[in-house]
Design a protein around this ligand. Structure first.
Ligand code: PRP
Ligand code: URA
Length: 209
C-alpha cells in the first residue's frame, strides 16, 4: 500500500483556504499554489539521502551532512501540475524537469496522454510527480505507468487536494508510490469534481474559464 501523508502545517492550511476560495483570481491563485508546493516540498523530501562531509568552520574542522549525489526530477502533469514546479525548484534547484501531458475526457473521465518528455537519465533519478488534483486518480495512475515504462523507479506523487477514491485507486495500482497531499477531501461529485475541492485547477491557474 502507498504511504499517504497529509501535510497539515498551519501555513499550508491557511494558503489552501484562499486557493479554494472561488473569489481568488488567477494571479493570486498561481502565487499561492507555488508557495504551498514549496512548503510541501520540505516534507516530501524529508527522507532524501545525505552523506557526511568534512567542513572547516572559522573555528575548527567538523563533520557535516549534505545531500548525497542522488539526482532528482520533477515531473508535472500538464497543465495544472506546472503551477507547482517553481515552488519545488526553490527547494531543489538542481532537479531536472520532465513533462507529461494528460487530459481527462470530460465525458468518460478517462485520461488521455498527449505529451511526454523526460530527462534522459530518468531511471537514475528520484522522481516527484506534481499535480494539484487527484480526483478519480486516473491521470496520476497513467502518468506513473508512463514514467515506469520509461524506466523511472523511485516515484512520489505530490498534490494539493486528493479525493479518497483517487488515493485508493493509485495505492491499489502503484503501492510503491508514496502520496503527499495538503488535504484529503470528502468525495467526488457526479461530474468527477472533488468536493469541496477548488474547481478546475488548470482553468483557475491559467484563466481559461
Ligand atoms: C485535472 C487535474 C488532474 C486531473 C485529475 O487535469 O490537474 O490532472 O484533472 O483528475 P483525475 O484524477 O480524475 O484523472 P485536467 O484533465 O482538467 O487537465 P488540465 O490540467 O489540462 O486542465
Ligand atoms: N480536476 C480538477 O481540476 N478539479 C477537480 O475537482 C477534479 C479534477
Amino acid at each position: 500500500m502507498s504511504k499517504v501523508t497529509q501535510i497539515t502545517h498551519p501555513l499550508i492550511q491557511h494558503k489552501l483556504a484562499y486557493i479554494r476560495d472561488k473569489n481568488t483570481g488567477s494571479k493570486y491563485f498561481r502565487e499561492l499554489v507555488e508557495e504551498v508546493a514549496m512548503l510541501m516540498a520540505y516534507e516530501v523530501t524529508r527522507d532524501i539521502q545525505l552523506e557526511e562531509v568534512e567542513i572547516e568552520t572559522p573555528i575548527c574542522t567538523t563533520k557535516c551532512k549534505v545531500l548525497s549525489g542522488k539526482k532528482m526530477a520533477i515531473v508535472p502533469i500538464l497543465r495544472a501540475g506546472l503551477g507547482m514546479v517553481d515552488g519545488v525548484l526553490k527547494l531543489i534547484p538542481a532537479a531536472k524537469v520532465g513533462h507529461i501531458g494528460m487530459y481527462r475526457n470530460e465525458e468518460t473521465l478517462q485520461p488521455v496522454e498527449y505529451f511526454c518528455k523526460l530527462p534522459q537519465d530518468i531511471s537514475e533519478r528520484d522522481v516527484i510527480i506534481t499535480d494539484p488534483m487527484i480526483a478519480t486518480g486516473g491521470s496520476a495512475m497513467d502518468a506513473i505507468s508512463a514514467l515506469k515504462k520509461r524506466g523511472a523507479k523511485n516515484i512520489r506523487l505530490m498534490c494539493l487536494i486528493a479525493a479518497p477514491e483517487g488515493i485508493k485507486a493509485i495505492s491499489d495500482a502503484h503501492p510503491d508510490v508514496d502520496i503527499y497531499a495538503a488535504s484529503i477531501d470528502e468525495k467526488l461529485n457526479e461530474q468527477g469534481y472533488i468536493v469541496p475541492g477548488l474547481g478546475d485547477a488548470g482553468d483557475r491557474l491559467f484563466g481559461t474559464k
